[in-house]
Design a protein around this ligand. Structure first.
Ligand code: ADE
Length: 224
């Protein structure tokens, strides 16, 4: 999988995407992740990438030209399956969308900022618009990191058997069951006996029951 992220704040990506599973997937050669600074595509001597909105109103708008230049350069190098704009008015992201997208190979993620992007970017260059929830972030960067992390963990070989994405919450529309580790008794707070019984079939059915119970209590909407 290859993910190209277009942003005017490339430094934001230093932390979360250079650690842990994402870092390992890149060093294993399973994932390529490239961050592109929109300012590198500005034709303006101050390297501006935004301008005032036509018709007035507060807030700056990202200009089409640097975005188009960056996307065109990338598209000339390889084919992209989706060019995704992160925006609060996009389709709400969930595990189902993550699973569908994970079957594809090459993505461009465009991070919006300020008041958004020139509508012509959305009309002519973008193939999909995604929101990570009904709240407004300062920009699309955190949302792009959420998509990147959730997609990378679905790439075959990124997770080992124990951490398999198949046992994640939401994967079968059920929340994950509770987990415990040593000690089995802490201040009298005990681990459920079945988990230390060594009886695999009983453990499996306990986990299944607990997953259903958690889902009924916390997210009954998932069972509909
Ligand atoms: N940009 C700002 N808010 C956002 C959200 N909720 N999801 C995706 N991108 C955003």
């Amino acid at each position: 999988m290859r993910i190209d992220i277009i942003t005017c704040l490339p430094d934001l990506f230093e932390g979360p995407l250079t650690q842990s599973i994402v870092k390992r997937s890149i060093s294993k050669g399973l994932v390529e992740l490239k961050i592109h600074n929109l300012r590198d595509y500005s034709s303006n001597k101050h390297l501006n990438v935004d301008d005032y909105a036509f018709g007035g109103g507060a807030g700056m708008v990202l200009m089409i030209e640097p975005i188009d230049k960056c996307i065109s350069k990338l598209k000339a190098e390889r084919e992209y399956d989706e060019i995704i704009y992160l925006t609060p008015d996009g389709e709400t992201y969930n595990q189902g969308i993550a699973n569908q997208l994970s079957l594809k190979k090459n993505f461009i993620l465009l991070c919006g900022h300020y008041k958004g992007v020139d509508q012509r970017v959305r009309d002519h260059l973008i193939t999909k618009e995604v929101s990570i929830g009904d709240y407004v972030l300062s920009g699309g960067e955190l949302a792009a990191m959420v998509l990147t992390d959730s997609l990378i963990r679905l790439v075959p070989g990124v997770l080992n058997d124990e951490t398999s994405a198949l046992s994640d919450s939401f994967q079968d529309n059920l929340l994950a069951p509770p987990v415990y580790t040593r000690p089995s008794d802490y201040k009298g707070w005990k681990v459920p006996e079945v988990l230390t019984s060594g009886h695999e079939a009983n453990i499996d059915s306990w986990r299944q029951e607990q997953a259903l119970k958690q889902t009924k209590e916390r997210r009954p909407d998932l069972l509909q």
